[in-house]
Write a protein that binds this ligand. Structure first.
Ligand code: NAD
Length: 507
């Protein structure tokens, strides 16, 4: 491969992360940067046999790691957070190169890794069980939590590192080794993260066994080998609902545990009392940020008829003027789509929407850089009803806008799609807010008031319902998925009373 400025940037940045991997292995996996559409590296792929060997190594590591006290395990994650802080800029740049994010969003993703590490360090001293009242005299009942086993982490291209860390930081303090199968579109970020993790390992010392954290480069076949292995206790898979429909049943068939973090079709509702300026800014970031390639991207907007003519023209103006450009060379707010397939799916969805009476504003391709790069102007589409492409996730910056007159009707429509990830209401009316958050309100895993649908913090459990898969990871009590629970009853009396008053007297 001839050297280009972008390829030089890749090799220098990888080197700065400590990942001086061979980036030019002819015949391997081509890593294409969406920034220019050029191939920036050719990596060797792991085979299924190598995947099985990695699983065996991880299980060996589990036998040792599960016996290391949790606060000591937390120390490794603390060191990792220190190393991440040192590498924030370089890791952020690799994210920008591979996923096309702006520097601020690329580094924001690394910051999210640091945040979850800090959370996990505290958690390592708080893996609490319960003491439970028992009906039998002279007995004590309690719940204990133990390490679960090897965790297989499959991730999507659009968040190439933070979701790995949401899983890995918790898994490691919970006593579980991790095997990471990153998206085949973003393997460099994973290799760079692993190199940074290895720096923490070197400082940590001998308590950490070999094979505690491994990265497997490859496509679905490598993921499938993890999914099908009975030696992988938990599969945490982030990606499309299509992928989840394959992975979920396979893991269930072997009675494995699964966290599914799948697609969303997230919506906002703008009520008459909304702070319009705030709503405008929140919707703009939620719908256009990361070029519409976030699982939490706002894709549908229900606007009350009384404020429709106030907010929709302002949105159209923002869409027409937002800066689209190369994230490595400009301050543009909207970067490229990941590839031609993403562009084609956007074109198809917009044509379908127009056929159904939608009025499309924007959505044109912008000629930025070579032909192999796909930049688009975000599209806002005024729809007469929630039909056709509005009911599915198109992973591109399209916001469908619909008018409503009654909040109950808007809520019915809001919930009448497959995805159940994130949602938002813009209102200063207490009743409307509480209804949205209530049992008859949004049916999503994330329900926000006066902020957009994207940009979650690590402190809360992240995930969604229905076709989003039902998984939760990151904060709150998500750690429990990485441990097994045991209910213990201890008899310290001299009798053997049976529960429920049952008698069973033998001579
Ligand atoms: P994708 O489903 O194409 O790929 C995701 C990962 O799954 C990749 O690593 C891929 O190699 C792997 N994979 C694919 N088929 C597999 C199989 N049969 N067995 C095992 N592994 C398999 O998704 P993508 O295009 O990379 O990412 C975009 C999608 O991910 C969107 O739908 C988006 O909403 C979703 N996403 C969800 C979340 C969330 O937290 N809910 C976060 C980010 C992205």
């Amino acid at each position: 491969m001839p050297t280009t400025p972008l390829k030089t940037m890749v090799s220098e940045t990888m080197k700065n992360c400590g990942a001086a991997a061979k980036l030019d292995d002819e015949g391997g996996l081509a890593v294409i940067s969406p920034v220019t559409g050029e191939t920036v590296a050719q990596l060797p792929e792991h085979s299924v046999a190598e995947t099985h060997a990695a699983i065996a190594r991880a299980n060996e590591a589990f036998r040792k790691w599960r016996l290391i006290p949790a606060p000591r395990r937390g120390e490794l994650v603390r060191l990792f957070a220190e190393e991440l802080r040192k590498s924030k800029e370089n890791l952020g740049r690799i994210v920008s190169i591979e996923a096309g994010k702006s520097p601020s969003e690329g580094q924001g993703e690394v910051q999210e890794m640091i945040d979850i590490c800090d959370f996990a360090v505290g958690l390592s001293r708080q893996l609490y069980g319960l003491t439970i009242a028992t009906e039998r005299p002279g007995h004590r009942m309690m719940e204990t939590w133990h390490p679960l086993g090897v965790v297989g982490i499959i991730t999507a291209f659009n968040f190439p590192c933070a979701p790995w860390c949401w899983n890995a930081a918790l898994a490691l303090v919970c006593g579980d080794p991790v095997i990471w199968k990153p998206s085949e579109k973003t393997p460099l970020t994973a290799l760079a993260c692993q190199a940074v993790f290895e720096r923490a390992l070197a400082r940590f010392g001998d308590d950490a066994p070999d094979g505690l954290s491994q990265v497997l480069v490859g496509g679905p076949s490598v993921g499938e080998a993890l999914v099908e292995s009975e030696k992988v206790a938990l599969i945490s898979a982030t990606g499309s609902t299509r992928m989840g429909r394959i992975v979920g049943p396979k893991v269930a068939a072997r009675f494995g545990k699964c966290i599914l973090e799948l697609g969303g079709n997230n919506a906002g509702i703008v009520c008459p009392s909304a702070d319009m300026d705030m709503a405008l800014r929140a919707i703009a970031f939620g719908a256009m940020g990361t070029a519409g390639q976030r699982c939490t991207t706002m894709r549908r907007l229900f606007v009350h008829e009384s404020v429709y003519d106030q907010i929709v023209p302002a949105l159209k103006k923002a869409y027409a003027s937002v800066s689209v450009g190369n994230p490595l060379e400009t301050q543009a707010l909207v970067g490229p789509l990941i590839d031609k397939t993403a562009y084609d799916s956007m074109v198809t969805a917009l044509a379908e929407a127009a056929d159904l009476g939608g009025v499309v504003h924007g959505g044109e391709r912008e000629q930025i850089g070579p032909d192999s790069a796909y930049y688009v102007r975000p599209a806002i589409v005024e729809m007469p009803a929630q039909t056709g492409p509005v009911t599915r996730e198109t992973f591109a910056p399209i916001l469908y806008v619909m008018k409503y007159s009654d909040l109950d009707d808007a809520l019915e429509q809001h919930n009448d799609v497959g995805g159940g990830l994130s949602s938002a209401i813009f209102t200063t009316d207490l009743r409307e807010m509480e209804i949205f958050l209530s049992a008859k309100g949004s049916d999503c895993g994330i329900t926000n008031v006066n902020i957009g649908t994207s940009g979650a913090e690590i402190g809360g459990a992240f995930g969604g319902e229905k076709e989003t898969g039902g998984g939760r990871e990151s904060g709150s009590d998500a750690w429990r998925a990485y441990m097994r629970r045991a209910t213990n009853t201890i008899n310290y009396s001299t009798e053997l009373p049976l529960a429920q008053g049952v008698t069973f007297d033998i001579d």
